[in-house]
Structures are given as C-alpha cells and as structure tokens.
Design a protein around this ligand. Structure first.
Ligand SMILES: *Cc1c(COP(=O)(O)O)cnc(C)c1O
Length: 221
C-alpha cells in the first residue's frame, strides 16, 4: 500500500505543475480519487496519505465501502461519477456530497423528491455527452441550455457544475475546451474532467476537478 501513497504524491505534484504551467492559482484543482472496485484497505491507505475526496461509480458499492467510514471520518467528500438509476436516488442523496451524473429530466425529478424526503442537498453536476457518442450517457451540448432551464423551472434544482468523459479514441483537449466554454457560458463554477490518461490536459483547459483512479490505485481487475 506504500504504492498508493507514492502514487498520490506523484499525481498531486503533476496536478500542481499543470496548474502552474497554465497560469492558474495553486491549489485550484481538486483531486477526486476514484476508488471503484478497490477494497477498503486501498481506501485506508489513501486516507492515511491525506486524501479525503473519493469518487465511486455505483451507489451500492459506495454504500458498502463508505457508509461506516463516513461516520468516523467527517472530512470525507464523496462524488458519484457513474450512471444513477432513479430508484436509487434516495440512497445516492443520503450518501454523496456531489452527484456528477445528472443526465435526464426523470432523474432530476427523482433527485428533487429524494432531497425533499431526506433533507440532504448534494451538489449537482450535469453530465455532458461532449463527443455525441451513442453508447454514452449525458446531455448533448446543444441541449444543455434547455436542460438547465427545465430542471430549474420544473424541479427548482440548482446545478453548479458539469462533467464529461471525452471519446476514448480522440484527442481529448478539443472536447475539454468545449466543456470549458459551456461551463463559462452557463456560469457553472465546477468543471469535472480528466482521468488518469489526460488529467493534465484537462487542467490546462480549465478543469476544476479531476477524477483519477488507475494512476493512484493501479489497474482494476
Ligand atoms: C473509472 C472512472 C474514472 C477513473 O478512470 P482512470 O482512468 O482509472 O483514472 C474517472 N471518471 C469516471 C466517470 C470513471 O468511471
């Protein structure tokens, strides 16, 4: 597990270097450690190395791994970065501090209900299908303005950020640049983009948070 501490140190240094290289403010990018499929021992190693922000793809897995841990570690911040089914909205609202994958009106409705019911109010980001890929979820870039308007009007939800996963087979920078424009256009302050292979490029394009799994925890089996 010494590897995890070392890996974290390397990733943090790379992040700060990319921030400096792009003339941005030191410490202005948040590192989300993506711990999906990784056991609790890996989480503990990361926490011991000072990491407090984690990303998980599935509600059930996150609940199993983090529900108890959260009680003793109040500094933890949990982001949901995988697709969310409407019937898991209550659990998601109870567990996560940020839900990054709001991608349809029916989910906005379920989240609004869950927020009323639980009294908890996670931050919400909209997932954008920035490469218009058929197999990926997310709101099409040209539909974003209308989507944001509708969820404000119909469900009184406020969105504070955007997230994306650019196409795997393409140069990510041009997609990241488009995302930055969308975030600015809609005055959204959080921009979640960049993974192990491209977080430095994402930071150069304006990411405010990067989601890094493999470069911290190693390959997933
Ligand atoms: C798994 C995952 C990541 C982390 O990917 P790595 O390449 O392991 O860094 C980031 N974002 C999302 C949405 C993911 O599903």
């Amino acid at each position: 597990m010494q590897d995890i501490a070392n890996n974290l140190a390397v990733v943090r240094q790379n992040i700060e270097n990319a921030i400096l290289a792009s003339g941005r403010k030191p410490g202005s990018v948040k590192l989300i450690a993506v711990s999906k499929f990784k056991p609790e021992t890996a989480l503990m190693a990361a926490i011991s190395a000072g990491q407090s922000v984690f990303g998980e793809n599935r509600v059930q897995e996150a609940k199993a791994k983090f529900a108890d841990l959260r009680l003793s570690k109040s500094e933890l911040e949990l982001h949901l970065i995988g697709p969310l089914q409407s019937n898991k909205a209550d659990d998601a609202v109870r567990l996560f501090d940020v839900i990054e994958t709001l991608d349809r009106l029916s989910l906005a409705e379920a989240l609004a209900k869950a927020i009323r019911k639980t009294g908890r109010m996670p931050k919400l980001y909209v997932e954008v299908n920035i490469g218009h890929e058929a197999q990926k979820s997310g709101v099409a870039p040209e539909a974003l303005a209308n989507f944001l308007h509708e969820i404000r009007e119909k469900f009184v939800l406020s969105v504070t950020g955007l997230m994306c996963i650019p196409p795997a087979d393409d140069n990510p920078a041009r997609h990241f640049e488009k995302m930055k424009k969308l975030a600015d256009q809609h005055k959204l302050t959080h921009l979640s983009m960049g993974m192990s292979a491209d977080y430095e490029a994402a930071i150069r394009c304006g990411a405010t948070e990067v989601r890094v799994g493999t470069a911290i925890f190693g390959e997933r089996s």
